[in-house]
Write a protein that binds this ligand. Structure first.
Ligand SMILES: [Zn+2]
Length: 111
């Protein structure tokens, strides 16, 4: 047993990313610590960027328009942020998006 239980909080059990793999040119695969696996379209991820430049912090309205993101955009670098999120640097130079695992799980379940 790893000391993970302290990460369980009011938002529910903390399911985390176990591994990330590039499934194909524009598909990112994530395996979760509960062994569920999800696939993400990288262009879709860029369009859903949750940073303050793309989403209005106060109104939560999306500032970024889907058509502003080229179909050719790809992740350049993915880094983990603490125990709860990852940041993705994209080929269009955008790298301020912090994708929390909770958000990615939500997205995965929408598909
Ligand atoms: Zn952004």
């Amino acid at each position: 047993m790893k000391p993970e239980s302290s990460l369980t909080n009011a938002k529910g059990p903390a399911v985390r990313v176990k591994s990330i793999s590039q499934m194909d040119d524009r598909t990112l695969g994530i395996t979760w610590t509960d062994n569920e696996s999800s696939r993400f379209d990288v262009v879709e991820l860029r369009r859903k960027c949750p940073c303050a430049t793309c989403i209005d912090e106060w109104t939560h309205e999306q500032i970024l328009k889907p058509e502003q993101v080229a179909e050719t955009v790809r992740p350049l670098k993915i880094e983990s942020v603490g125990q709860y999120a990852m940041s993705i640097q994209f080929t269009d130079g955008h790298k301020t998006g912090i994708y929390t695992f909770a958000m990615l799980r939500r997205l995965a379940h929408l598909n």
